[in-house]
Design a protein. Structure first.
Lengths: 110, 112
């Protein structure tokens, strides 16, 4: 099946810093989603972005499907941004079946 | 509006027992998914419903696991003869198709 690799595995920032999280995938996809799992375990959908660029406030994401990667940008980070960020992909006719990466654990210190 | 809800939030059971985990999707969502998340890992797909039928159950680990969605809304994941290896957080998600999936808070299952 499709492989999803996320980097870095861990990231520690000071409040106000910017960061870029990367997601590489091993095959073509037609479904890609970024999620934030907060410290209480709730998975929150950030972007549905199988291709192109989207922005939502301090967050933005870009997927270059032809090169099999996606980037999540976090600007002016806040302590509430802490948690695990997951990239999840789906492909072909069963693109509803998301394959998740192992995530990036982000800690934002005050 | 209300999000996806799951009950119970925590379930502790003994090895060999039967458990049921419930998911209430967002109203109007025809697609419903179950995933399982082990500590330190991303969620893993179990089963997908479109309406009342299980369109894809390829992620269920073995025949001890079964899920139903009889009226196309609420779903129940059923695990027979639980084993310690079944301990995990079971997540439910709903959506309108193959795009954005909205996740519930999960049920933490502990098998002693």
């Amino acid at each position: 099946g499709i492989q999803v690799e996320q980097s870095p595995p861990d990231l520690i920032l000071q409040e106000g810093a910017n960061s870029t999280l990367r997601c590489n995938f091993s095959d073509s996809v037609n479904n890609l989603q970024w999620f934030h799992q907060n410290p209480w375990g709730q998975l929150i959908n950030l972007f549905y972005i199988p291709s192109g660029t989207k922005q939502n406030g301090r967050l933005s994401a870009t997927t270059v499907a032809t090169e099999r990667y996606s980037l999540l940008y976090i600007s002016s980070s806040q302590t509430t941004d802490s948690g695990v960020y997951f990239c999840a992909v789906g492909s072909g006719g069963s693109n509803y079946k998301l394959t998740f990466g192992k995530g990036t654990l982000l800690t934002v210190n005050p | 509006g209300a999000g996806v809800s799951q009950t119970p939030s925590n379930k502790v059971t003994e090895k060999g027992k039967y458990v049921e985990l419930r998911c209430d999707p967002i109203s109007g969502h025809t697609a419903l998914y179950w995933y399982r998340q082990s500590l330190g890992q991303g969620p893993e797909f179990l089963i997908y419903f479109q309406g009342t039928g299980a369109a894809d159950d390829s992620g269920l680990p073995n025949d001890r696991f079964f899920a139903v969605r009889p009226e196309g809304s609420v779903s129940t994941l059923k695990i027979q003869r639980t084993e310690r290896g079944d301990s995990a957080v079971y997540l439910c998600a709903s959506g309108t198709g193959s795009d954005t999936q909205y996740f519930g808070p999960g049920t933490r299952l502990t098998v002693l």
